[in-house]
Write a protein that binds this ligand. Sequence first.
Ligand SMILES: [Zn+2]
Length: 121
Amino acid sequence: MACELAGDHYLDRPSTCRNCGDGFVFTAQQQREAYEVRKAYIWQQRVLCAPCWQQRVHLVGELKRIRSRWARERASVKRDPQALRQWRDVLAQLPRYGLREDRAQRAMVDRLWATAARIEV
Ligand SMILES: [Zn+2]
């Protein structure tokens, strides 16, 4: 559906959640908030219902946290199968929430996790 702008007004846009299939409305107020306050791209369509959007925000935050830990203490993450498994889970879930799958990163984390899990045993 094209972005519906009528002068200064945003119109409520009914949609179907890409993740869970629930119907939801991307309200005029939410659009204003997204486009004018958070400066999202105007052509960015909301494709997720509110709970799935919250989950997406949560997952993106988790990924950021894990990756910043990875940047700071690579050696300790490599020996931490739990952290690596969590990293894998987050990466596996993200594509369902409208984010591009990062195959290279997934392959790297898979390898690290396999190695760490072996050491653990
Ligand atoms: Zn949903």
